[in-house]
Design a protein around this ligand. Sequence first.
Ligand code: PLP
Length: 394
Amino acid sequence: MIELNPHYAELKDSYLFRRIGAKTEAYCAAHPGTRLLRMGIGDVSLPLAPAVIRALHEAVDDQADKATFHGYLPECGAPFFREAVADHYRGRGIALTDGEVFVSSGASDELGDILDLFSPSSAALIMEPAYPAYVDASVIAGRRIVRLPAGEGNGFLPAPDDSLDADLVYLCSPNNPTGAVFPRELLGSWVDFANRRGAVILFDAAYEAFIEDPALPRSIFEIDGARTCAVEICSLSKTAGFTGTRLGYTVIPKDLTRGGQSLHAMWTRNRTTKTNGVSYILQRGGAAVFSEEGQRQIRENIAVYKRNAKTLMRVLDSVGVWYTGGRNAPYIWMKCPDGMKSWDFFDLLLNEIQVVGTPGEGFGACGEGYFRFSTFGSPEDTEEAAERVVRVLG
Ligand code: PLP
């Protein structure tokens, strides 16, 4: 009989958001008519920018006409999309060639698929609390995981240490769930660590567009030495509202080699084998994000989420609760009151004020005692949630 991947049995039985969903559904079934405020899952609430919608419509029309119809596109991305992304980087002072940009169907797909480049015997360093997909993708691959707990003491931004025995380093900045952003110098020490060890950094920049402090790096390629040790995985999901539309991109510099092999060449080989690329229509919509008009419009949407963050931060400040995030990230990571455990705080908010957030424990053991609020909801819901939260915390 065929032998299945035994590592699936090692996955935690219940994915965080499924457990939240089950608890929330049970509450709603027992309390029909409740107005629940969902401040948990990180899904956007604003529609795509008008410039993107126009490009999508035009691309659909192209597909209706023999003269403009597109069949298969290059697997690694349509030249117009790769160029738009590389131009965007160049505009921010980062010299990339178009060929170093790969289109993707989103960061999640990429974070899992890119592991094909590394031997299953290579160990993955995961700072916790972490986006759950890092751990799960590494478990499925049977990879050894080195957990690096972060905490209030280091602002949830751990520093490297040469005793860490890992080959792949996941860095997420701005971080989900903590909203913490690596300052330039600390990111530089991770780059030095990776280059010294011959490790590779998988830099998850899904939330880079939320960084407003110009002193903070939005790309790992702003750091000297990153071109020889890092892959940057980006998404249009949160930047431009593509969670349900699906599009992202990954940057692999041509200077990144290990054991004499080019990761860029390997990934090109991987993509040309395992995908036939991403739809022409979506890539046209994605390219529109990088137009002047698209950038202005996505900034307007991000500003709405930023105002939500301010609303929540104001309330937390007023009651003296410790938190990170919010300023340069769409998440606020707060300390539960009175030493409460995070699932207990979840139950308290659900039962007492009908607000749903995300228990920190779901992002790793060191997230216990913390709680995540997302700022992606509507301003009305966020304001009402903030008023209700102050009743519990005040
Ligand atoms: N990386 C992080 C840190 C995320 O929080 C998310 C989604 O919430 C993703 C990646 C996935 O993004 P995508 O929608 O592009 O798959």
